[in-house]
Each structure stands twice: as structure tokens, then as C-alpha cells.
Design a protein around this ligand. Structure first.
Ligand code: IPM
Ligand code: MG
Length: 380
């Protein structure tokens, strides 16, 4: 549930690297439009993250930006990374910016939809009949597991050989809370949750399965199934439509969400949300970002697809502001534009394509055609 808000909303914008600034810039036009239409005062501040922050501050994110993020109602994040920073030690690479935000703000619930747009059926590597109508939501745990488990490190053994180790660890509470998120969202969809683990091999997998089963007992109208992660990877390629909601740990979720996104053929279109538990205000802390990366090869050309970021703002309307009608309207506007044949280069399949700005113009025009004022805030 999202509490009613006082129509002022602090949005921290972290454009990042590569195409990040361009796609975020286009998305801010959509933010501005909804602000005017719905009478929401978006108080926008910008900050540096990733390589942009490394170049200026020597670190992928400063304490000041983390503090600003904590004080914001939501974060709109572009993308980070690029070959220029690839040789740096892992702890100071651009990616650490997003990992630190996830951990510092306890953004444990990473929602990654993989939706197939019928207009783009031919862009998938899979046959159209396998993915038509595909609508999967991967609910990835994002603040624990092997990404953050201790001890971790590298050492030299007595015989002089190098050794490296990470720790996969989950508490019962960490598993339960992500399962609750998955079950709650499943109730608004097809009411099916597939919990993915390696219970056949790993202790964390065994606990994951036990806790998922316990949580499921409190949602009698949602069906739970279990699947091993390797089988899940295969099933995503063979019969992806069998899935509704997939709930899984940090590492499996990282891998499976890339696979699921790629098979939609819509990588540039997919948004994501990272949410904390609700705070006293009733809102979660939240970070919204497209699934795709910083695409340095096309940065600065004004041709990147802004839809993934624009739809990420749609998730902000839905999950932070409780404006699900507005979010639905934005999603419909994007579909209308795709149905009209408007394409950025990544989805043009050799046909004529438009710039990032022209794509955004088309989405704004589609919104104008559909607009109807929405003055109340609805629960998610
Ligand atoms: C993702 C990315 C990140 C992750 C990287 C950039 C740290 O791959 O969001 O999926 O591994 O979580
Ligand atoms: Mg990833």
C-alpha cells in the first residue's frame, strides 16, 4: 500500500555514464508532463554516479550522494560503466555505485519484468509462438546472498597458490521478506509463484525452499512451485510462458533476469524497480532504472531507446506514488507508439528509425491523445 502523498515528491536523478544522461534527459520530459497534469511538484536534484563520479570525485558514489538518496522519495537511475573504467580494482569500479545504493537504502526487492511486446515479436531469438503474450516478473533479492556475504577475499595458500572465496548466506528473514513481496505481487497477476534455488546442492537453497514454502502457506490463493536454477534457465528458453512470478536470490536473479529480458527481444524497453520495505510514510525507498546498460558504443548520438527509462518512471508512478492509472496510461502510450511503427535503432530491425527525442515526442503525443486527469492516489 502506498500512502496518500502531499503532492510534493523529491526525485534524485542519477544519469550515470554512456547513454545514461540522454535517456534520463528524455524521461525528465515525461516526468515534467505528469507533474503538470497531476499537480505533483517533482523536486528534482541531480547527482553523479558510476564513471562520472569516479572522474570527478575518484569514487563511484560519494557519501553525500548516498545521503541525498536516503533523503529522497525515489531515485531515477540511468546506467553506469564503460571500458574507460574497466581496469580499476573491483571495489572502485562504476558498478559499485549501484551496489552501494542497494545496500545502503536496503533496496532488497528488485522487480524485473520481462514482457514481450507483440509489436516486436520478430526481434526475439525465440520463435514468435513461444513468446507471444509473455509476461514474467522476476523478483530478485538484491541486498544479500553471495554479492554481500562475508567472509570474502583472496588469499595465498601455504603452498603459494592463489585462492579466492565468496560466501553465499541468507537468513530466514531475508528469504521471507522477498517471498512476501513476490506473493503479494502475484495476487495482482496470475497468482503463480515459482521459487528458484539450488536446494539439491546448497544449504542456502534448502533454507530458501523451506522458507518459501512457509510463506506460501499464508497466501492460500497463490500457487507455489519450486524449480532448480539450472532447470529454470532451460525452461525460460523452452517454454517461457509457463512462468508468472519468479522469486529467487541475488545471483540467480542477476543471471535469469538477463536471460528473460533477452528472450523478449525488448531489452531497450524493459524497466526495473528496486524497493525497500515501506517506511513510516507508507512508501518504500525506491530506485528505478532501465534493465539495459550504458551502451558506450552509441552514447552521445541521440539515438538510444529512452523507453526502458520512461517505463521505469512508470514504475515510480505505480510503486512510489500509488498512481496506477497514470502508470497504465503511460504503458498504453508506449504500446500505441510501437504499434504506430515508431522505432529507435535498436528495435528497428533495419527499417527507418527515429532519435531518442523523436521517440519521446511520440510518447508525449500519445499521452496527450489519451489524457484524462487523475487526481486521487490509488493503492498499488
Ligand atoms: C544488474 C547488474 C549489476 C548486478 C551490476 C552492474 C553490479 O548486472 O543490475 O543486474 O550484478 O546486480
Ligand atoms: Mg545483471
Amino acid at each position: 500500500m502506498v500512502a496518500a502523498f502531499d503532492r510534493s515528491f523529491r526525485l534524485l536523478v542519477l544519469p550515470g555514464d554512456g547513454i545514461g544522461p540522454e535517456i534520463v534527459g528524455q524521461t525528465l520530459r515525461v516526468v515534467e508532463r505528469f507533474g503538470a497534469e497531476l499537480d505533483i511538484d517533482f523536486q528534482i536534484t541531480q547527482g553523479l554516479v558510476g564513471g562520472a563520479s569516479i572522474d570527478t570525485n575518484g569514487t563511484p558514489i560519494t557519501d553525500a550522494v548516498v545521503d541525498q538518496a536516503r533523503a529522497s522519495d525515489a531515485i531515477l537511475f540511468g546506467a553506469v560503466g564503460g571500458s574507460r573504467w574497466d581496469d580499476r580494482p573491483r571495489a572502485t569500479r562504476p558498478e559499485m555505485g549501484i551496489l552501494r545504493l542497494r545496500q545502503s537504502l536496503d533496496l532488497f526487492a528488485n522487480l524485473r519484468p520481462a514482457v514481450c511486446y507483440s509489436e516486436l515479436l520478430d526481434a526475439s531469438a525465440l520463435r514468435a509462438e513461444l513468446i507471444e503474450g509473455l509476461d514474467i516478473l522476476i523478483v530478485r533479492e538484491a541486498t544479500a546472498g553471495v554479492y554481500f556475504g562475508l567472509p570474502r577475499g583472496q588469499a595465498i595458500d601455504a603452498d603459494g597458490a592463489r585462492r579466492a572465496y565468496d560466501t553465499q548466506a541468507y537468513t530466514e528473514a531475508e528469504i521471507a521478506r522477498i517471498c512476501h513481496v513476490a506473493f503479494q505481487i502475484a495476487r495482482t497477476r496470475q497468482s503463480r509463484v515459482c521459487s528458484v534455488d539450488k536446494a539439491n546442492v546448497m544449504e542456502t537453497g534448502a533454507l530458501w525452499r523451506t522458507v518459501a514454502t512457509e510463506v506460501a502457506a499464508t497466501y492460500p490463493n497463490v500457487a507455489l512451485s519450486h524449480m532448480y536454477a539450472d532447470n529454470c534457465a532451460m525452461q525460460l528458453l523452452r517454454q517461457p510462458r509457463q512462468f508468472d512470478v519468479i522469486v529467487t536470490d541475488n545471483l540467480f536473479g542477476d543471471i535469469l533476469s538477463d536471460a528473460a529480458a533477452a528472450l523478449t527481444g525488448s531489452l531497450g524497453l524493459l524497466p526495473s524497480a528496486s524497493l525497500s520495505a515501506p517506511m513510516a510514510s507508507g512508501r518504500p525507498r525506491a530506485l528505478y532504472e532501465p534493465i539495459h546498460g550504458s551502451a558506450p558504443d552509441i552514447a552521445g548520438q541521440g539515438v538510444a531507446n529512452p523507453i526502458g527509462t520512461i517505463l521505469s518512471f512508470g514504475l515510480c508512478l505505480r510503486h512510489s506514488l500509488g498512481l496506477s492509472d497514470a502508470a497504465d496510461r503511460l504503458e498504453r502510450a508506449v504500446r500505441a507508439v510501437l504499434a504506430d511503427g515508431v522505432r529507435t535503432r535498436d528495435i528497428a530491425a533495419g527499417r527507418p528509425s527515429v532519435s531518442s527525442a523523436a521517440m519521446t515526442d511520440a510518447i508525449l503525443a500519445a499521452l496527450d491523445r489519451s489524457s484524462s486527469p487523475e487526481l486521487t492516489s490509488n493503492p498499488v
